[in-house]
Design a protein around this ligand. Structure first.
Ligand code: NAI
Length: 215
């Protein structure tokens, strides 16, 4: 069983990657793996792996390695992936539609139950079985349906106002794609996703590599 102690943010940040690799091992039919083998696959030091996974206790056994299905399941539980989360998408533009069209979220337990927009032209258009609804329907929808997560894919200018509306209607987790730091009460969790920041890191590394070549 997973101990109820606080796990560092750095470890939590690495867990999805462990989860992904372990999932691949399961697909390959691999039932156990040593920290050294996992280290070679993931390009993380074996001691880092042991340290990270020791946080949860009882996963690894001396001379046996890790039990892959067990570790996968336990990390899944830590990440809350053993439950289904209902998610809505606010803003059915390019990005919102792309997210709504992505099938694999559902496999991970994130079920898209509603897609909302303000543009009447989009009303009723179906994305994988979800007809786009108008924002005016949102409060009633949230009262009736059990929704845990809202993805925010609207222009920056309306993000703050929509976040407030979501919070007022009981949403506790926002997956924020708008380029704005949201101001929400402490009990509301915001996860920001900024592809451009990732691209800037890529640009930085590319620049460093190019400078090395010039020398
Ligand atoms: P888009 O213009 O295609 O879609 C935005 C949608 O939001 C439109 O359908 C529009 O009708 C709707 N909308 C506008 N005001 C609304 C309101 N008050 N309530 C509900 N819906 C409303 O734009 P796109 O390309 O899909 O981008 C959406 C947002 O995501 C933008 O803020 C953009 O900057 C951001 N973005 C963020 C990325 C990231 O990595 N974080 C990557 C790409 C875009």
């Amino acid at each position: 069983a997973v101990e109820e102690k606080s796990i560092s943010k750095a470890v939590i940040k690495r867990l999805p990657r462990y989860y992904r690799y372990l999932g691949e091992l399961i697909e390959e039919g691999i039932e156990r793996i040593s920290s050294n083998e996992l280290s070679a696959k993931m390009r993380v030091t074996a001691s880092q792996i042991r340290q990270d996974l020791n946080n949860f206790g009882g996963f690894g056994q001396q001379g046996y390695g890790y039990n892959v299905p067990y570790l996968y399941e336990e990390i899944g539980k830590i990440l809350g992936l053993d439950k289904t989360h209902h998610m809505i998408i606010i803003g059915a533009g390019n990005l919102g539609q792309a997210l709504a069209n992505y099938v694999k979220f559902e496999k991970r337990g994130f079920k898209i139950v509603g897609v909302f927009d303000i543009n009447p032209v989009l009303k009723g258009i179906s994305i994988r079985g979800n007809g786009i609804r108008m924002m005016s329907e949102l409060p009633e929808f949230l009262q009736k349906e059990d929704v845990q997560i809202a993805a925010l894919t609207v222009p920056k200018s309306s993000a703050a106002e929509i976040a407030e509306l979501l919070v007022q209607n009981g949403i506790k987790a926002i997956w924020n794609f708008a380029h704005l730091d949201l101001n929400v009460p402490k009990d509301v969790i915001v996860e920001n996703v900024h592809l451009s920041e990732s691209l800037m890191r890529l640009s930085y590394n590319l620049t460093v590599a190019e400078q090395k070549e010039e020398k």
